[in-house]
Write a protein that binds this ligand. Structure first.
Ligand code: FE
Ligand code: FE
Ligand code: ZN
Length: 306
């Protein structure tokens, strides 16, 4: 069965219970959350996240714990040249591993880091040190850190399979690390996801190993192959197109891997400050295996009565 969901929010009074309810409303059987705002590191205590209530709701609706993904905030940088900031990142991410475990998830997606002009080798070295420190801070944890392949904008590390493999090769306990494959990022990084996904996966297997693949981020891309931009597009409305996404999502080598949409909210034309989550309609379309050219209009119509 297709394991498909989206990024959902976590916050307000319902916390993780609200995240699960949001996923159910989208018809999803997987979900990904940030444990608070992705752009900051302010986090609530685990006991306030309404985890037991969320798990009860998941059980009733047939969502398995295995299909919960947590995404670390993207502002912490294990490759920061500033030692204090690196130490903060290690402490924060060690806590994040504990929160991930408490949420019932075993996969924490992490952007490896940005070397900020120290050079990619130095970046890789610092990321290895950081991930090893996080793992030794959480020795009994079952959570695996899924290093996300990046588009290669700025000084991002992990912009190709070789860089991800280099990081993994330095990790002492390799059972605690894996990789998250993002279709938009890989395309932007120059991998021919559109024309030859089979070859891309063959290369992934040769360089990293498919056994390391823990999560797939399913996004279309606003930019051409190799653009190094990282601008996600709604499914079927970008450079990858619906046929590519359909192929990836149903690929026989990826069946057991949770697939998560991180496509952009659709902006209202009537109300300049409003935008709407596309996930219910995108999930519907992906399951139907047929492109809907009116998808965007339909998403707006779901939220605006004319
Ligand atoms: Fe990400
Ligand atoms: Fe992603
Ligand atoms: Zn991205």
């Amino acid at each position: 069965m297709l394991i498909l969901g989206s990024h959902v929010s976590l916050g307000g009074t319902d916390q993780f219970l609200g995240s699960v309810e949001e996923a159910i409303a989208y018809g999803a059987n997987a979900l990904m959350v940030y444990t608070g705002a992705p752009q900051n590191t302010i986090r609530k205590p685990i006991l306030e996240l309404k985890i037991p209530e969320a798990h009860a709701k998941m059980a009733v609706n047939g969502i398995m714990l295995d299909n919960i993904i947590v995404h670390a905030p993207y502002i912490v940088n294990l490759a920061n040249p500033d030692l204090e900031k690196r130490e903060f990142a290690i402490d924060f991410l060690s806590e994040e591993v504990r929160r991930t475990e408490a949420l019932g998830s075993r996969i924490l997606v992490l952007h490896p880091g940005a070397h900020l002009n120290q050079g990619v080798e130095k970046g890789i070295e610092l990321i290895i040190q950081g991930v090893n420190a996080i793992i030794s801070n959480t020795p009994s944890s079952h959570v695996r850190i899924a290093l996300e392949g990046m588009a290669g904008k700025g000084t991002e590390v992990g912009r190709n399979f070789a860089e991800l493999a280099a990081i993994i090769s330095g990790i002492k306990d390799k059972s605690r690390v894996g990789v998250c494959f993002d279709t938009c990022h890989s395309h932007d990084a120059g991998y021919r996801v559109k024309d030859d996904i089979d070859q891309v996966l063959t290369e992934f297997d040769a360089v990293i190993g498919l056994d390391k693949l823990l999560c797939v981020h399913v996004n279309d891309s606003k930019n051409p192959l190799g653009a190094h931009k990282d601008r996600h597009s709604n499914i079927g409305f970008g450079e990858l197109g619906f046929a590519t996404i359909d192929k990836v999502v149903h690929h026989e080598l990826l069946v057991n891997i949770p697939k998560i949409l991180e496509t952009p909210y659709v902006k209202s034309e009537k109300y300049p400050n409003k935008s709407y989550p596309p996930y219910k309609r995108e999930i519907e379309m992906i399951k139907a295996r047929k492109f809907d050219p009116d998808l965007i209009g339909r998403i707006i119509a779901d939220h605006e009565t004319s």
